[in-house]
Design a binder for this molecule. Structure first.
Ligand code: FER
Length: 318
């Protein structure tokens, strides 16, 4: 899919304005409704309200981390980047946790999923899914998807999104798995890298959905078993290309979940081209077993993306 400059500019405009409003702030819940591209009341019809409510009984925590990586898009030199990490309530080094890497869109950064706010909806949904016994607790990491010294939403080249796989493989996953209690402990006797796939998931909105397809399924299927694309942005990895890339793949795809709004003028065509027909062209995907294409009225915004997150959180690691 050839990206039109106008669509990119519009997507960046929308996301940059939202990030400016949320960056570095600790917002109270009542202020959330004013944020651009935040879900409207409509979300209440789609995500049961008990999953988006504040509840203090079992509240997880969010911490900001910094980790060493490289300017893979540029000179390859060492740089430091930030990410947010959600740890479920009762997180303990005596247990092992699954990890979801959750990616942002073209004009966003590691804070676009709101993990820098006390009222983080990702946290509320996770806290409540765990509290109500719908899912096993897992860790959520929201990194910055540009592998470049220029990782700021404003001064970056969007092509730096395409080389994030190197950062994920060489730097971020190793950092997370040595810093937290996960299944990827390489120091353990009998450590088998292939067995860790079922404990790692990758998902993302728009440009992050593109990354899940191009990088997750396209380059890192040895690392991940679960994939989620929410309104995936234009990608050269169409369904036919993904089928070709996975043709001789020895690994099982445990699930590939997709969601897109039918009124999404930015991503409906691209997300469809990348995923909708996958079960028809690739025997690795079977609709209803390890694949879902969900389309419903909606645009290119968080009404769709939080619903996607809520649904995917219940699909991953099952
Ligand atoms: C494009 C349209 C949209 C594109 C990227 C996007 C790279 C990303 C949108 C988003 O992340 O919200 O043509 O090309």
């Amino acid at each position: 899919m050839k990206a039109t400059e106008e669509m990119i500019a519009e997507a960046i405009r929308q996301e940059t304005s939202k990030v400016e409003e949320t960056a570095g702030t600790q917002e109270e819940p009542e202020e959330q409704g004013q944020m651009l591209r935040e879900p409207t009341a409509e979300i209440g019809d789609r995500i049961p309200s008990k999953y988006t409510k504040y509840q203090l009984e079992e509240s997880g925590t969010i911490e900001k981390i910094t980790y060493p990586t490289r300017d893979y898009f540029g000179d390859g030199g060492e740089i430091t980047k930030s990410a947010n990490v959600y740890l479920p309530c009762g997180y303990s080094a005596d247990k092992k946790y699954n990890v979801l890497y959750l990616m942002h869109g073209i004009g966003g950064d590691e804070n676009e999923w709101g993990m820098n706010t006390v009222s983080s909806r990702v946290k509320l949904i996770m806290d409540n899914l765990i509290y109500h016994g719908d899912i096993e607790p897992f860790i959520v990491v929201t990194p910055n998807g540009r592998s470049s010294r220029q990782y700021g939403a404003k001064d970056s080249d969007y092509n730096s999104f395409y080389v994030f796989g190197q950062e994920l493989r060489n730097d971020l996953i190793p950092y997370i798995e040595t810093s937290y209690s996960t299944y990827g402990d390489q120091t353990e006797a009998g450590y088998d890298p292939a067995s860790v796939r079922e404990h790692r998931a990758m998902a993302g909105l728009s440009m992050g959905g593109m990354q899940t397809i191009n990088i997750g399924l396209g380059e890192c299927v040895d690392l991940f078993g679960y994939f989620g694309a929410f309104s995936a942005a234009p990608t050269s990895n169409t369904a036919a290309k993904t089928a070709e890339l996975l043709a001789d793949c020895p690994y099982e795809i445990y699930y590939f979940y997709n969601i897109c709004g039918t009124d999404d003028k930015i991503a409906y065509a691209s997300a469809s081209a990348a995923a909708k027909t996958l079960p028809d062209v690739c025997d690795k995907f079977e609709d209803g077993r390890n694949f879902m294409w969900q389309e419903l009225p909606g645009g290119h915004d968080f009404n769709i993306w939080y619903l996607g997150f809520y649904n995917f959180a219940q699909i991953a690691f099952q």
